[in-house]
Design a binder for this molecule. Structure first.
Ligand code: PXL
Length: 267
C-alpha cells in the first residue's frame, strides 16, 4: 500500500530537538512519507538565551507554485510552531490548494506553557491562532494554550471540571476534536480528548520536564492517526513514547529528549 503523505509545517531549529528535527524522523519511522514546509531557520529553539532567525515566509508562494505545477497533494497536515501571524493565511491556502480529499489537518498551536506566552508571542497571535484552528480536524493545545485560546485565566491548581470546561469552550470555537495535552492530576499526566464525549488517557507522571516533548507527542499521535488508529490509542502510544524518551534522557538536558534511543527500539 502506498504510504500516506503528510506535510509538516513548522520551523527548523538547527540545535535543540523540536519542531521539524523531531517531526521528520518520527513520522518517517512510522512509515509516513514526510514532506516539510520550513517556515523559518533558527540557530536553536527559543528556550535558549538567544537565537538567530531567518524568516522563510517570502519563499512559500514560490514553493506553492511549484507544488501546483507538479500536482502535489498531501493526505494530511501537521502544524506546530509557526511564530508569525502572516503564516496562518498561507497555512489555510496550503490546505485549500494541496489537501487530498479527507486529508486531516492537525494543529498543535505552540505558543505558551506553564501559564505564560513563549518569547515573541502576543495576544494578537493567539487571536489569529483561534481563527486558524477553525480549519483543524484535531487540535492538541496544552492547558496554558487552551486557556489563552478561550480567554480563560490560567489556574495552576486546575481540576477536572476546569479542563473539561476548557475543552467545551474550545469546541465552541472549532469543530475539531480537542486533545488537551499535559493534563495533570493525582501523580498522573496525559490528555483529555473531547469530541462530544470526554475521555482521559493518563500515564504515571515522570519527575522531569524537557523541551520539545509536545512536538514529539504530536508527531507520534499524527503518525498513528494517519495509520488509521483510534485517536485515544494514538494518544496513549504517543504518551508512552514520550515517557520512554524521557527515561532515556539525562537530567538538565536543554537539547530536547533523546528520542533516537526510543526509535532504535522499533515500534
Ligand atoms: O517545541 C516548540 C518550539 C518549536 N520551535 C521553536 C521553539 C519552540 C518552543 O519554544 O522555540 C523555535
Amino acid at each position: 500500500m502506498k504510504p500516506k503523505r503528510i506535510l509538516s509545517m513548522q520551523d527548523l531549529s538547527c540545535v535543540g530537538q523540536c519542531s521539524l528535527t523531531v517531526a521528520l524522523p518520527i513520522l518517517s519511522h512510522y512509515g509516513v512519507e514526510t514532506c516539510v514546509l520550513p517556515t523559518a531557520v533558527l540557530s536553536n529553539h527559543t528556550q535558549f538565551r538567544s537565537w538567530s532567525y531567518l524568516d522563510l515566509t517570502e519563499e512559500i508562494p514560490a514553493i506553492f507554485a511549484h507544488w501546483q505545477e507538479s500536482g502535489i497533494l498531501f493526505d494530511g497536515f501537521l502544524l506546530g510552531y509557526l511564530g508569525k501571524k502572516s503564516l496562518m493565511s498561507l497555512a489555510e491556502e496550503c490546505f485549500d490548494r494541496f489537501g487530498a480529499p479527507n486529508s486531516p489537518v492537525i494543529i498543535d498551536p505552540v505558543f505558551a506553557d506553564e501559564g505564560k506566552l513563549y518569547s515573541g508571542f502576543d495576544l494578537e497571535y493567539v487571536q489569529a491562532m483561534a481563527q486558524l484552528i477553525t480549519r483543524a480536524d484535531i487540535i492538541d493545545p496544552n492547558v496554558t494554550e487552551a486557556c489563552f485560546l478561550t480567554s480563560t485565566p490560567y489556574d495552576p491548581n486546575y481540576d477536572k471540571i476546569f479542563v473539561e470546561e476548557l475543552a467545551h469552550k474550545l469546541s465552541r470555537l472549532t469543530n475539531a476534536t480537542v486533545v488537551i495535552t499535559g493534563v495533570e492530576f493525582d501523580g498522573k499526566i496525559g490528555e483529555l480528548i473531547f469530541d462530544g464525549k470526554t475521555e482521559y488517557v493518563m500515564l504515571p507522571k515522570l519527575p522531569a520536564k524537557y523541551h520539545g516533548t509536545g512536538d514529539i507527542f504530536s508527531s507520534v499521535m499524527s503518525a498513528h492517526y494517519l495509520g488509521g488508529k483510534r485517536l485515544s490509542e494514538c494518544c496513549l502510544l504517543a504518551g508512552q513514547f514520550v515517557a520512554d524518551c524521557m527515561r532515556a534522557t539525562p537530567a538538565d538536558h536543554p537539547y530536547g529528549v533523546c528520542f533516537e534511543t526510543r526509535l532504535k527500539q522499533g515500534d
